[in-house]
Design a protein around this ligand. Sequence first.
Ligand code: PEP
Ligand code: MN
Length: 344
Amino acid sequence: MLIVMTSDARAEDIEKVLEKIDALGYRGHTMPGENRTAIGITGNPGSIDPTHFENLTGVAQAIRVTQPYKLISKDLRPEKSIVKVGTATIGGHELAIIAGPCALEKHEQVFAAAETVAASGAKFFRGGAFKPRTSPYAFQGLGIEGLKMLAEVRDQFGLNIVTEAMDEHGVDAVVEYGDCIQIGARNMQNFSLLRYAGKTRKPVLLKRGLSATLDELLLAAEYIMSEGNYDVILCERGIRTFSNHARNTIDLSIIPAVHRLTHLPIIVDPSHGTGHNYMVTPLARAGVAVGADGLIIEVHPKPEEAMCDGAQALTPGQYLELVKEVMAIKSVLADKPHSEPASA
Ligand code: PEP
Ligand code: MN
């Protein structure tokens, strides 16, 4: 159920609704909006009788939710969510660029990449300290040592840190050293991990699973939000299909579909989405053109020496050119609605 408050509802009216939800044994999620506050209810096994709420002061409507998701929905929050990540935001008018190496390898490599990312004007730095590798014998990441390098990057360059956690211990570590918890494609349906990240108050970058549908991605976000963490950013990073000319098939039509259904921002990862250096810039351009709120890009000072994903890493020069091009595309799109039928 969704409770929509009147535009002049007072804080104490909202409090009364939350108390009522509590007394019924459910959980209330307050979403303040531009014109009104809405309160989503979770934890109810069946439908709730709207008369519990209809006569409370400040309640405009009690609406039964028929879709499987509640908190990601535009019914709850008609305006787009702008997610604060460290000192910057994702989901507003600005295109968010998150860039850095696939894996943190050594101090020199991390700092060279960070210098390029800072020079591009991007506000977010990526780099994995815990790497989900197909082979247990492949480089698994520097762990805490890598996270400490990221904390240094933030201090030195003012970049906000986005980095992956693969388990609960990783979430605790990213909360300590980073600004945004990345949940990777392989963990998109690790429901206990999603709940754990949902109990933190750090934003979460949730990557689409290798064969996840739109509904599955949205319900994964719902897991995080149902624990009270509403700062979720979605990411299209390509899916598995019969197509084999690229590492994955980047599914850009999910961007307007996401914007139509949810208030959450979505970014595109053309690096994992294609797996090939020469495809990254064209698909980055396309991602921005289709309405993504940002990009996540792998860049390495020496891609030929990368310990992970070198084939898709951009050189610093290629990356700087990409940023220029996508910013130019973004500027012609400024404030176009992404999910509405085209006007004549
Ligand atoms: C990554 O971004 O480092 C990564 C491993 O991506 P994905 O989870 O999308 O494969
Ligand atoms: Mn990678």
